[in-house]
Design a binder for this molecule. Sequence first.
Ligand code: SAM
Length: 257
Amino acid sequence: MTELTTASAPASAAPAASTAPTAPTAQGSAPAGVTHPKTIKSFVRRAGRTTTGQAKAFEDFGPRFVLPYTPAPLDATAAFGRSAPLVLEIGFGMGEATAHIARVRPDDNFLCCEVHEPGVGALLKRIGEQGLTNIRILQHDAVEVIDHMLPPGVLDGVHIFFPDPWHKKKHNKRRLIQPPLVAKLAARLKPGGYLHCATDWQPYAEQMLQVLSAEPLLQNTADGFTPQPDYRPLTKFENRGLRLGHGVWDVVFVRRN
Ligand SMILES: C[S@@+](CC[C@H](N)C(=O)[O-])C[C@H]1O[C@@H](n2cnc3c(N)ncnc32)[C@H](O)[C@@H]1O
């Protein structure tokens, strides 16, 4: 299984594979002539226009709610201005579910990662409209955030809702839910903390169940998939899928003691 790595260049920027034979290298280093090891990212930076409303939300709410990415342990109490259970969300898209969950769970702090700029603007707009105070945003690759900002045992929960399914076989390696990342997430959960994933792509749902079940630190809260927990709303995207007859699968695992 390919590990999601943390080097900075997106996969698309990796040098094209050469057909010429390469010199043997020390274990773990790049072949001669390749300047950076190949990096596999779980996202591509999509084009997308930031609307005027989103740009205004960046101005009005960015300074308070967007945290800078710094490769040093996060002081969550300082970042949120209070001490409360900490939930990490990876890939919030336009932030519809994120804002709903922050509203119905005011006693939890939500640290939310997304690389898509219009999505960050959209969530900032919702934060302003709904007067939410318990969200902080990192506009950065969540894998790097996990690696460099989150020490072991700091998280009470992790949300990964409808991660990019990377349908094509040759792209499956970009999926977030793979053993190395799940092991990192499990290590960052407190005992009893939970990992909740949802997808509408059945092969990915099966992969989620298999990978999470194989992680020794995690235990399933259900016998297989679980009914949708009540804090996770049905988003517009999901409703559309359900109308088209698509299924949705949730899995919730907890960290063992
Ligand atoms: C299919 S969308 C789902 C969005 C949202 N969770 C929802 O349910 O509508 C997946 C999102 O994850 C983001 N994403 C993927 N990999 C990421 C990463 N490593 N760090 C931060 N965001 C990521 C993408 O930019 C994209 O917006």
